[in-house]
Design a protein around this ligand. Sequence first.
Ligand code: F3S
Length: 395
Amino acid sequence: MKLTKEEQRLFDGEFGEAARQSMEILVALGKIYGAQKMIPITSAQVAGVSYKTIGDAGLEYLQDLAAKGAKTRIPTFLNPAGMDIAQWKEMRVPEEFAKKQIEILDAYSKMGIMKTYTCAPYFIGIRPKKGEHIAWAESSAISFANSVLGARTNREGGPSALAAAICGVTPYYGLHIEENRVAKLVVDVKCELKTISDFSALGCAIGEIAKDRYPAFTGIKTATEEQLKVLGASMAVTGSVPLYFVQGITPEWKVADDAERITITDAELKTTKTKLDTVHGTRDSRPQLVTLGCPHASLNEIKVVADMVSKRKPHCEFWVCASRKLKEESDRLGYTRAIQSAGGRVVADTCMVVCPLEQMGYSVTGTNSGKAAKYLQNLCKQRVAFGDIEDILYR
Ligand code: F3S
Protein backbone atom coordinates (compact mmCIF):
# COMPACT_ATOMS: atom_id res chain seq x y z
CA MET A 1 0.00 0.00 0.00
CA LYS A 2 1.37 3.39 -1.01
CA LEU A 3 1.24 6.03 1.73
CA THR A 4 1.80 9.77 1.29
CA LYS A 5 4.57 11.41 3.34
CA GLU A 6 2.04 12.67 5.89
CA GLU A 7 0.38 9.23 6.17
CA GLN A 8 3.80 7.63 6.64
CA ARG A 9 4.58 10.09 9.45
CA LEU A 10 1.28 9.18 11.11
CA PHE A 11 2.16 5.49 10.72
CA ASP A 12 5.64 6.06 12.18
CA GLY A 13 4.20 7.68 15.30
CA GLU A 14 5.39 11.24 14.65
CA PHE A 15 1.95 12.56 15.66
CA GLY A 16 1.73 10.50 18.84
CA GLU A 17 0.71 7.03 19.87
CA ALA A 18 -3.06 7.39 19.28
CA ALA A 19 -2.53 8.54 15.70
CA ARG A 20 0.04 5.76 15.12
CA GLN A 21 -2.35 3.14 16.44
CA SER A 22 -5.16 4.54 14.26
CA MET A 23 -3.04 4.54 11.11
CA GLU A 24 -2.03 0.97 11.86
CA ILE A 25 -5.74 -0.01 11.93
CA LEU A 26 -6.37 1.73 8.59
CA VAL A 27 -3.33 0.15 6.90
CA ALA A 28 -4.34 -3.30 8.18
CA LEU A 29 -7.88 -2.78 6.84
CA GLY A 30 -6.53 -1.57 3.52
CA LYS A 31 -4.38 -4.71 3.21
CA ILE A 32 -7.35 -6.98 3.95
CA TYR A 33 -9.45 -5.33 1.24
CA GLY A 34 -6.66 -4.85 -1.31
CA ALA A 35 -6.58 -1.03 -1.17
CA GLN A 36 -3.62 0.54 -3.03
CA LYS A 37 -3.82 3.87 -1.24
CA MET A 38 -5.68 6.03 1.30
CA ILE A 39 -8.21 8.67 0.32
CA PRO A 40 -8.89 11.92 2.25
CA ILE A 41 -12.36 12.11 3.78
CA THR A 42 -14.47 15.15 4.65
CA SER A 43 -16.28 13.73 7.69
CA ALA A 44 -16.51 10.72 9.98
CA GLN A 45 -19.44 9.40 11.95
CA VAL A 46 -18.59 7.27 14.94
CA ALA A 47 -20.86 4.51 16.26
CA GLY A 48 -20.33 2.53 19.47
CA VAL A 49 -21.50 5.28 21.81
CA SER A 50 -23.98 3.53 24.09
CA TYR A 51 -22.66 1.79 27.18
CA LYS A 52 -25.22 -0.91 26.41
CA THR A 53 -23.48 -1.80 23.13
CA ILE A 54 -19.78 -1.27 23.97
CA GLY A 55 -19.69 -2.15 27.68
CA ASP A 56 -16.63 -1.81 29.93
CA ALA A 57 -14.20 -3.06 27.28
CA GLY A 58 -15.29 -0.29 24.89
CA LEU A 59 -15.13 2.34 27.61
CA GLU A 60 -11.57 1.30 28.52
CA TYR A 61 -10.51 1.36 24.85
CA LEU A 62 -11.84 4.91 24.44
CA GLN A 63 -10.33 6.18 27.69
CA ASP A 64 -6.98 4.70 26.70
CA LEU A 65 -7.12 6.35 23.27
CA ALA A 66 -8.12 9.71 24.80
CA ALA A 67 -5.29 9.44 27.35
CA LYS A 68 -2.84 8.85 24.48
CA GLY A 69 -3.87 12.20 23.02
CA ALA A 70 -6.28 11.12 20.27
CA LYS A 71 -7.67 14.14 18.39
CA THR A 72 -9.86 14.14 15.30
CA ARG A 73 -8.54 15.91 12.18
CA ILE A 74 -11.87 16.32 10.37
CA PRO A 75 -15.50 17.06 11.38
CA THR A 76 -16.61 14.00 13.34
CA PHE A 77 -19.93 13.34 15.02
CA LEU A 78 -21.48 10.71 17.22
CA ASN A 79 -24.27 8.15 16.94
CA PRO A 80 -26.93 8.01 19.70
CA ALA A 81 -25.82 7.35 23.28
CA GLY A 82 -27.53 5.06 25.77
CA MET A 83 -29.68 7.74 27.40
CA ASP A 84 -31.27 11.15 27.05
CA ILE A 85 -28.74 13.34 28.81
CA ALA A 86 -31.43 15.67 30.22
CA GLN A 87 -34.22 13.19 31.00
CA TRP A 88 -32.43 9.97 32.01
CA LYS A 89 -33.51 10.08 35.67
CA GLU A 90 -37.23 10.49 34.98
CA MET A 91 -36.94 7.81 32.27
CA ARG A 92 -35.73 5.31 34.89
CA VAL A 93 -32.26 4.69 33.44
CA PRO A 94 -30.22 2.88 36.13
CA GLU A 95 -27.74 5.14 37.96
CA GLU A 96 -24.72 2.88 37.31
CA PHE A 97 -25.51 2.78 33.57
CA ALA A 98 -25.72 6.59 33.50
CA LYS A 99 -22.36 6.94 35.23
CA LYS A 100 -20.59 4.74 32.68
CA GLN A 101 -22.41 6.45 29.82
CA ILE A 102 -21.15 9.86 30.93
CA GLU A 103 -17.58 8.51 31.08
CA ILE A 104 -17.90 7.32 27.45
CA LEU A 105 -19.18 10.70 26.32
CA ASP A 106 -16.34 12.44 28.17
CA ALA A 107 -13.76 10.28 26.40
CA TYR A 108 -15.22 11.12 22.98
CA SER A 109 -15.44 14.77 23.90
CA LYS A 110 -11.70 14.85 24.78
CA MET A 111 -11.01 13.68 21.23
CA GLY A 112 -12.87 16.70 19.83
CA ILE A 113 -15.92 14.82 18.50
CA MET A 114 -19.17 16.78 18.08
CA LYS A 115 -21.91 15.85 20.54
CA THR A 116 -24.58 15.23 17.92
CA TYR A 117 -25.77 11.85 19.31
CA THR A 118 -27.86 11.10 16.27
CA CYS A 119 -28.10 8.38 13.64
CA ALA A 120 -29.68 10.84 11.20
CA PRO A 121 -27.04 13.60 10.89
CA TYR A 122 -28.51 14.46 7.46
CA PHE A 123 -31.56 15.92 9.26
CA ILE A 124 -29.37 18.41 11.15
CA GLY A 125 -27.55 19.79 8.14
CA ILE A 126 -24.71 17.25 7.87
CA ARG A 127 -25.22 16.34 4.21
CA PRO A 128 -22.11 15.34 2.25
CA LYS A 129 -22.44 16.03 -1.47
CA LYS A 130 -22.56 13.53 -4.33
CA GLY A 131 -19.15 11.95 -4.84
CA GLU A 132 -17.77 13.17 -1.48
CA HIS A 133 -15.67 10.56 0.40
CA ILE A 134 -16.61 10.00 4.05
CA ALA A 135 -16.20 7.31 6.72
CA TRP A 136 -19.48 6.69 8.51
CA ALA A 137 -20.27 3.86 10.87
CA GLU A 138 -24.03 3.79 11.54
CA SER A 139 -25.58 1.34 9.07
CA SER A 140 -28.72 3.40 8.35
CA ALA A 141 -26.72 6.61 7.93
CA ILE A 142 -24.26 4.80 5.63
CA SER A 143 -27.17 3.68 3.48
CA PHE A 144 -28.69 7.19 3.38
CA ALA A 145 -25.36 8.88 2.60
CA ASN A 146 -24.50 6.45 -0.22
CA SER A 147 -27.96 6.04 -1.71
CA VAL A 148 -29.89 9.27 -1.15
CA LEU A 149 -27.02 11.77 -1.08
CA GLY A 150 -24.65 9.93 -3.44
CA ALA A 151 -21.69 10.30 -1.07
CA ARG A 152 -19.15 7.44 -0.79
CA THR A 153 -18.62 5.42 2.35
CA ASN A 154 -17.88 1.82 3.18
CA ARG A 155 -19.58 0.12 6.09
CA GLU A 156 -17.20 1.30 8.80
CA GLY A 157 -17.09 -0.21 12.25
CA GLY A 158 -16.84 2.02 15.35
CA PRO A 159 -13.00 1.64 15.65
CA SER A 160 -12.29 2.09 11.91
CA ALA A 161 -14.46 5.23 11.68
CA LEU A 162 -12.69 6.63 14.74
CA ALA A 163 -9.28 5.78 13.26
CA ALA A 164 -10.32 7.52 10.02
CA ALA A 165 -11.44 10.56 12.03
CA ILE A 166 -8.06 10.72 13.80
CA CYS A 167 -6.05 10.36 10.57
CA GLY A 168 -8.39 12.16 8.15
CA VAL A 169 -8.16 9.36 5.57
CA THR A 170 -9.65 5.95 4.83
CA PRO A 171 -8.47 3.04 2.65
CA TYR A 172 -9.60 3.38 -0.98
CA TYR A 173 -11.64 0.29 -1.76
CA GLY A 174 -15.25 -0.91 -2.01
CA LEU A 175 -17.88 1.81 -2.31
CA HIS A 176 -15.27 4.58 -2.69
CA ILE A 177 -14.60 3.23 -6.18
CA GLU A 178 -17.16 4.25 -8.83
CA GLU A 179 -17.10 0.89 -10.72
CA ASN A 180 -18.15 -1.01 -7.61
CA ARG A 181 -21.38 0.94 -7.20
CA VAL A 182 -23.47 -1.39 -9.34
CA ALA A 183 -26.80 -3.09 -8.53
CA LYS A 184 -26.97 -6.85 -8.91
CA LEU A 185 -30.66 -7.13 -8.00
CA VAL A 186 -33.57 -5.30 -9.67
CA VAL A 187 -36.78 -5.11 -7.65
CA ASP A 188 -39.95 -4.25 -9.53
CA VAL A 189 -42.28 -2.83 -6.89
CA LYS A 190 -45.88 -3.76 -7.63
CA CYS A 191 -47.23 -2.91 -4.19
CA GLU A 192 -48.75 0.26 -2.85
CA LEU A 193 -46.33 2.21 -0.64
CA LYS A 194 -47.77 5.00 1.48
CA THR A 195 -46.50 4.96 5.03
CA ILE A 196 -43.23 4.56 6.93
CA SER A 197 -44.26 1.04 7.91
CA ASP A 198 -44.85 0.16 4.20
CA PHE A 199 -41.31 1.27 3.27
CA SER A 200 -39.93 -0.47 6.37
CA ALA A 201 -41.59 -3.75 5.42
CA LEU A 202 -40.33 -3.43 1.84
CA GLY A 203 -36.80 -2.92 3.17
CA CYS A 204 -37.05 -5.91 5.51
CA ALA A 205 -38.30 -8.16 2.71
CA ILE A 206 -35.68 -7.07 0.17
CA GLY A 207 -32.76 -7.05 2.65
CA GLU A 208 -33.29 -10.76 3.22
CA ILE A 209 -33.19 -11.48 -0.51
CA ALA A 210 -30.40 -9.04 -1.42
CA LYS A 211 -28.02 -10.09 1.40
CA ASP A 212 -24.92 -8.07 0.40
CA ARG A 213 -26.01 -7.18 -3.16
CA TYR A 214 -27.06 -3.62 -3.97
CA PRO A 215 -30.72 -3.46 -5.06
CA ALA A 216 -32.20 -1.15 -7.70
CA PHE A 217 -35.92 -0.42 -7.34
CA THR A 218 -38.28 0.28 -10.20
CA GLY A 219 -41.97 1.17 -9.81
CA ILE A 220 -41.61 3.54 -6.81
CA LYS A 221 -43.19 6.75 -8.06
CA THR A 222 -42.54 9.01 -5.09
CA ALA A 223 -40.69 8.71 -1.79
CA THR A 224 -39.88 11.23 0.91
CA GLU A 225 -36.49 11.32 2.64
CA GLU A 226 -38.17 9.85 5.73
CA GLN A 227 -39.43 6.91 3.68
CA LEU A 228 -36.04 6.37 2.00
CA LYS A 229 -34.41 6.54 5.43
CA VAL A 230 -36.43 3.55 6.74
CA LEU A 231 -36.13 1.63 3.47
CA GLY A 232 -32.34 1.73 3.74
CA ALA A 233 -32.27 1.16 7.51
CA SER A 234 -34.37 -1.99 7.18
CA MET A 235 -32.27 -3.42 4.35
CA ALA A 236 -29.12 -2.80 6.37
CA VAL A 237 -30.56 -4.96 9.15
CA THR A 238 -32.17 -7.93 7.39
CA GLY A 239 -29.36 -7.92 4.80
CA SER A 240 -26.12 -6.02 4.79
CA VAL A 241 -27.04 -3.45 2.17
CA PRO A 242 -25.07 -0.17 2.26
CA LEU A 243 -26.29 1.17 -1.13
CA TYR A 244 -29.48 1.04 -3.18
CA PHE A 245 -30.97 2.89 -6.12
CA VAL A 246 -34.54 4.03 -6.77
CA GLN A 247 -35.20 4.79 -10.43
CA GLY A 248 -35.90 8.48 -10.99
CA ILE A 249 -35.37 9.35 -7.31
CA THR A 250 -31.85 8.58 -6.07
CA PRO A 251 -28.88 10.35 -7.71
CA GLU A 252 -27.21 7.19 -9.09
CA TRP A 253 -28.52 4.32 -11.20
CA LYS A 254 -26.24 1.58 -12.47
CA VAL A 255 -27.42 -2.00 -12.98
CA ALA A 256 -25.28 -5.02 -13.95
CA ASP A 257 -26.28 -6.82 -17.18
CA ASP A 258 -26.62 -10.10 -15.32
CA ALA A 259 -28.63 -8.64 -12.37
CA GLU A 260 -31.34 -10.90 -10.93
CA ARG A 261 -34.87 -9.48 -11.43
CA ILE A 262 -37.69 -9.95 -8.93
CA THR A 263 -41.15 -8.52 -8.28
CA ILE A 264 -42.68 -7.64 -4.92
CA THR A 265 -46.46 -7.57 -4.49
CA ASP A 266 -48.98 -6.39 -1.87
CA ALA A 267 -49.35 -9.98 -0.62
CA GLU A 268 -45.60 -10.25 0.10
CA LEU A 269 -45.57 -6.88 1.85
CA LYS A 270 -48.48 -7.97 4.04
CA THR A 271 -46.73 -11.22 4.99
CA THR A 272 -43.60 -9.30 6.04
CA LYS A 273 -45.66 -6.89 8.15
CA THR A 274 -47.44 -9.74 9.93
CA LYS A 275 -44.10 -11.41 10.71
CA LEU A 276 -42.70 -8.17 12.18
CA ASP A 277 -45.78 -7.77 14.42
CA THR A 278 -44.87 -10.50 16.90
CA VAL A 279 -47.81 -9.75 19.22
CA HIS A 280 -50.40 -9.89 16.44
CA GLY A 281 -53.46 -11.85 17.55
CA THR A 282 -52.16 -12.40 21.10
CA ARG A 283 -53.50 -11.04 24.40
CA ASP A 284 -50.55 -8.60 24.57
CA SER A 285 -51.18 -7.02 21.19
CA ARG A 286 -51.42 -3.57 22.83
CA PRO A 287 -47.96 -2.08 23.38
CA GLN A 288 -46.99 -0.58 26.77
CA LEU A 289 -44.78 1.90 24.95
CA VAL A 290 -44.76 3.07 21.34
CA THR A 291 -41.39 4.24 20.02
CA LEU A 292 -41.16 6.28 16.84
CA GLY A 293 -38.07 7.76 15.18
CA CYS A 294 -35.83 4.90 14.06
CA PRO A 295 -33.70 6.20 12.42
CA HIS A 296 -34.08 9.47 14.34
CA ALA A 297 -37.14 11.51 13.38
CA SER A 298 -37.10 14.58 11.15
CA LEU A 299 -38.80 17.76 12.38
CA ASN A 300 -41.71 16.97 10.08
CA GLU A 301 -42.13 13.52 11.60
CA ILE A 302 -42.27 15.07 15.08
CA LYS A 303 -44.89 17.54 13.83
CA VAL A 304 -47.04 14.77 12.32
CA VAL A 305 -47.12 12.95 15.67
CA ALA A 306 -47.80 16.19 17.60
CA ASP A 307 -50.74 16.99 15.32
CA MET A 308 -52.15 13.47 15.56
CA VAL A 309 -51.99 13.18 19.36
CA SER A 310 -53.39 16.69 19.86
CA LYS A 311 -56.61 15.50 18.25
CA ARG A 312 -56.79 12.13 20.00
CA LYS A 313 -54.85 10.93 23.06
CA PRO A 314 -53.01 7.62 22.49
CA HIS A 315 -53.75 4.51 24.55
CA CYS A 316 -50.21 4.15 25.81
CA GLU A 317 -46.98 5.93 26.66
CA PHE A 318 -44.99 6.93 23.57
CA TRP A 319 -41.63 8.36 22.56
CA VAL A 320 -40.49 10.20 19.45
CA CYS A 321 -36.71 9.76 19.24
CA ALA A 322 -34.73 12.54 17.57
CA SER A 323 -31.50 14.48 17.71
CA ARG A 324 -31.04 17.05 20.49
CA LYS A 325 -30.95 19.81 17.88
CA LEU A 326 -34.38 18.86 16.50
CA LYS A 327 -35.78 18.32 20.01
CA GLU A 328 -34.87 21.96 20.73
CA GLU A 329 -36.64 23.03 17.53
CA SER A 330 -39.62 20.92 18.54
CA ASP A 331 -39.63 22.61 21.98
CA ARG A 332 -39.59 26.02 20.31
CA LEU A 333 -42.40 25.19 17.90
CA GLY A 334 -44.67 23.74 20.59
CA TYR A 335 -44.59 20.13 19.26
CA THR A 336 -42.93 18.83 22.43
CA ARG A 337 -45.63 20.39 24.59
CA ALA A 338 -48.39 18.80 22.48
CA ILE A 339 -46.68 15.41 22.71
CA GLN A 340 -46.18 15.71 26.47
CA SER A 341 -49.81 16.73 27.02
CA ALA A 342 -50.85 13.50 25.31
CA GLY A 343 -48.62 11.34 27.56
CA GLY A 344 -45.59 11.17 25.29
CA ARG A 345 -42.00 12.38 25.21
CA VAL A 346 -39.60 13.71 22.62
CA VAL A 347 -36.49 11.72 23.51
CA ALA A 348 -33.11 13.09 22.46
CA ASP A 349 -29.51 11.77 22.36
CA THR A 350 -30.60 8.11 22.40
CA CYS A 351 -33.14 5.68 20.96
CA MET A 352 -35.40 2.78 21.90
CA VAL A 353 -32.72 0.22 20.95
CA VAL A 354 -29.50 1.57 22.43
CA CYS A 355 -31.03 2.68 25.76
CA PRO A 356 -31.44 -0.01 28.44
CA LEU A 357 -35.16 -0.42 27.61
CA GLU A 358 -35.37 -3.92 29.06
CA GLN A 359 -34.18 -2.52 32.44
CA MET A 360 -36.72 0.31 32.36
CA GLY A 361 -39.84 -1.79 32.90
CA TYR A 362 -41.05 -2.44 29.32
CA SER A 363 -41.67 -5.76 27.62
CA VAL A 364 -44.13 -4.98 24.78
CA THR A 365 -43.10 -2.13 22.51
CA GLY A 366 -44.67 -0.72 19.36
CA THR A 367 -42.85 0.69 16.36
CA ASN A 368 -43.36 1.60 12.71
CA SER A 369 -39.69 0.96 11.88
CA GLY A 370 -38.46 -2.33 10.44
CA LYS A 371 -35.02 -1.82 11.96
CA ALA A 372 -36.42 -1.13 15.42
CA ALA A 373 -38.82 -4.08 15.11
CA LYS A 374 -35.88 -6.44 14.54
CA TYR A 375 -33.57 -4.93 17.16
CA LEU A 376 -36.21 -4.51 19.86
CA GLN A 377 -36.67 -8.27 19.77
CA ASN A 378 -33.00 -9.20 19.54
CA LEU A 379 -31.28 -6.57 21.69
CA CYS A 380 -34.01 -5.39 24.07
CA LYS A 381 -35.98 -8.57 24.85
CA GLN A 382 -39.21 -6.94 23.67
CA ARG A 383 -42.29 -8.36 22.08
CA VAL A 384 -43.08 -6.05 19.19
CA ALA A 385 -46.25 -4.44 17.88
CA PHE A 386 -45.44 -3.34 14.33
CA GLY A 387 -47.68 -1.13 12.20
CA ASP A 388 -48.62 2.35 11.05
CA ILE A 389 -48.47 5.11 13.67
CA GLU A 390 -52.27 5.24 14.12
CA ASP A 391 -52.48 1.47 14.45
CA ILE A 392 -49.87 1.15 17.19
CA LEU A 393 -50.81 4.33 19.13
CA TYR A 394 -54.53 3.50 19.29
CA ARG A 395 -54.57 -0.29 19.47
FE1 F3S B 1 -30.93 5.06 15.08
FE2 F3S B 1 -31.38 3.60 17.17
FE3 F3S B 1 -32.65 3.08 14.95
S1 F3S B 1 -29.43 4.34 16.52
S2 F3S B 1 -31.23 3.68 13.37
S3 F3S B 1 -32.86 4.93 16.16
S4 F3S B 1 -31.75 1.59 16.32
